[in-house]
Design a protein around this ligand. Structure first.
Ligand code: IFM
Length: 463
C-alpha cells in the first residue's frame, strides 16, 4: 500500500478557508449585508448566538495568517471572495474598497510564494439578491456571471485558476431545503431550483473566466453512498440519494445532462420558478423541469472544467425511506471512530469516491484536487485525532492515485478554527487554534505534522 509521500512530484499542498467564516469586518469599507449576516441575527439560528461579525478578524490580521501559511510551506491557499464586499447589493456598481482588500490579500500571498485559489461563492449571497428570490430566482445566476467578470478583471492578471461555487449541494439542502443554514428556507424538494440556478451561475461565470483566459474549477461536496442492506428497497433508496447528492451536481457539468430523478417520486411542482419547457430533448426529470430552460445544460457544460474540486468528509449510509416526503433515509455508520462533530471517520471512503468518479466519468473527468478534507476536534493544541484523520485520508488518496486517478493537490480544511456556520465557534477544524476572545493564534500539533509532511514530500520529489 502506498503511503502519503508516494504522491506525484508537483502535487500541490494547501489549506482552505471561506470569507464569512474568517474575515469579520462585516460593516467595513462598504461591504453590504449577506444572507449569513441576516440569518445569524435570527434568535436560535446559530448556536450561542455566534456570528461572523468578527470571526477570526482575518480582514485585519491577514498578514499574520499569511505568515502562518508561509510557515507551513504551502503551495496554495484556497479562500473565498465575499460577493457583497465587491458588489454590496450583488449587482451594479462595484465597491472599490472591497475589491482592494482582495487585491492586497493576493499580492501578500504571492509575495509569500503561495498561489491564491479563490472561490467566488461560498454561501454568502448578498442579501439584496436573496430578497429578490436568491438562488430560487434565475436572475441570480446572471448576476453571478457579471460578478465573476468584475473580480476576474481585477485579479485575473495574478490568479490563473478559479473556483466558481463551493458545495452547491450543501447550500441547496441546508440553506433552501432544511433551513438550517442561511437563507433559512425550509422548502424540502421544492429547493431543487437552487441546484439548477447555482449550476447555471457556474456556467455563466465559467464563460466569463474562460473569455479572460482563466482556468475554471468547482468544489463539490461528494460522498460515497452505501446502501444499508442489499434489499431492493435500500438499494433503490441509496441510488436516489446518490443521484441527488452526487450526480445532480456532476452529471450536468461533465455529461451535459441531469440524472433522471423521476423514478424516485421526486417531483415537486416547480412551475412557480419559471416556465416549463419540453425537456424530452435533455433527458431530464420533470422535477427540474420548471426551471431548466432550453440551452441551459449546454451552457453549464460548455466550458469544460480544468479541474474538479472534491470536498470529502465521510461516506453516507442510506436506507429505504421512513418519511413519505423523501425517497431515502440516512442510516448510521457504526464501528468506526467519530470526529467531535460526530461524523464517521472512514478514510478509505476517499479512495472509493475517487475511483468511483474515474469509473463513472472516464475521459470526461478532469484532474481532481481535494479542495477540502479535515475534521473537528476538541483538542486545544495536541490534536492527535486530526493528525490520524489527515494521515489516513492521505494514504487513501495515495492509494487512489496508485490505482490511476489523476489527483493534483490536497487542501485541508482548515487553516485555523473559524465560524462553523450554524454550530458557531463550537466545532474547531483548524491546524491553528484561535482564541476568539483575544484573536491569539496557536499552531497545533497537526500544523507541525503537516509542515513536516509537505517538506518531506518535496524533498523526496526533488531527489
Ligand atoms: O466549514 C465547512 C465549509 O464551509 C464547507 N465544507 C465543510 C466544512 C466543514 O463543515
Amino acid at each position: 500500500m502506498p503511503d502519503r509521500l508516494d504522491l506525484p512530484a508537483g502535487f500541490r499542498w494547501g489549506v482552505s478557508t471561506a470569507a464569512y467564516q474568517i474575515e469579520g469586518a462585516v460593516e467595513e469599507d462598504g461591504r453590504g449585508p449577506s444572507v449569513w449576516d441576516v440569518f445569524a441575527a435570527r434568535p436560535g439560528a446559530v448556536r450561542e448566538g455566534h456570528s461572523g461579525a468578527v470571526a477570526c478578524d482575518h480582514y485585519h490580521r491577514y498578514p499574520e495568517d499569511i505568515e502562518l501559511m508561509r510557515g507551513l510551506g504551502l503551495d496554495g491557499y484556497r479562500f473565498s471572495i465575499a460577493w457583497s464586499r465587491v458588489q454590496p447589493t450583488g449587482a451594479g456598481p462595484v465597491n472599490p474598497a472591497g475589491l482592494a482588500f482582495y487585491d492586497r490579500l493576493v499580492d501578500a500571498l504571492l509575495e509569500a510564494g503561495i498561489a491564491p485559489l479563490p472561490t467566488l461563492f461560498h454561501w454568502d449571497l448578498p442579501q439584496a439578491l436573496e430578497d429578490a428570490g436568491g438562488w430560487l430566482n434565475r436572475d441570480t445566476a446572471y448576476r453571478f456571471g457579471e460578478y465573476a467578470a468584475v473580480v476576474a478583471d481585477r485579479l485575473g492578471d495574478r490568479i490563473p485558476t478559479w473556483i466558481t461555487l463551493n458545495e452547491p449541494f450543501v447550500h441547496m439542502v441546508y440553506g433552501y431545503a432544511l433551513g438550517i443554514h442561511a437563507p433559512g428556507r425550509a422548502l424540502m424538494l421544492d429547493a431543487l431550483p437552487a441546484a439548477h440556478h447555482q449550476l447555471l451561475g457556474h456556467g455563466l461565470a465559467s464563460a466569463a473566466l474562460r473569455e479572460r483566459g482563466l482556468e475554471v474549477m468547482i468544489a463539490n461536496n461528494l460522498t460515497p453512498v452505501w446502501p444499508a442492506s442489499s434489499s431492493d428497497a435500500d438499494l433503490a433508496a441509496a441510488d436516489a440519494y446518490d443521484a441527488l447528492h452526487n450526480r445532480l451536481f456532476t452529471d450536468p457539468l461533465l455529461l451535459g445532462r441531469y440524472p433522471d430523478l423521476s423514478a424516485y417520486g421526486v417531483a415537486p411542482d416547480l412551475s412557480a420558478y419559471g416556465v416549463a419547457p419540453d425537456l424530452s430533448a435533455y433527458g431530464v426529470a420533470p422535477d427540474l423541469g420548471g426551471c431548466v430552460h432550453d440551452g441551459d445544460l449546454k451552457l453549464i457544460s460548455a466550458t469544460p472544467l480544468d479541474g474538479l474540486g472534491v470536498n470529502y468528509y465521510n461516506p453516507t449510509r442510506i436506507a429505504a425511506p421512513t418519511d413519505p416526503g423523501l425517497p431515502f433515509a440516512e442510516a448510521p455508520i457504526d464501528g468506526v471512530p467519530r470526529t467531535a462533530f460526530d461524523w464517521p471517520v472512514v478514510p478509505d471512503g476517499l479512495r472509493e469516491l475517487l475511483t468511483g468518479l474515474r469509473d463513472r466519468y472516464g475521459a470526461a473527468l478532469p484532474p481532481i484536487t481535494i479542495t477540502e478534507n479535515g475534521c473537528s476536534t476538541t483538542a486545544a493544541i495536541d490534536d492527535q485525532p486530526r493528525i490520524d484523520y489527515l494521515a489516513g485520508h492521505l494514504d487513501a488518496l495515495a492509494e487512489a492515485v496508485a490505482q490511476g486517478v489523476d489527483v493534483r493537490g490536497y487542501y485541508t480544511w482548515s487553516l485555523m478554527d473559524n465560524l462553523e456556520w450554524a454550530e458557531g465557534f463550537n466545532q474547531r477544524f483548524g491546524l491553528v487554534y484561535v482564541d476568539f476572545e483575544t484573536q491569539r493564534r496557536a499552531p497545533r500539533a497537526s500544523y507541525a505534522w503537516y509542515r513536516h509532511l509537505i517538506a518531506a514530500h518535496r524533498a523526496r520529489s526533488s531527489r
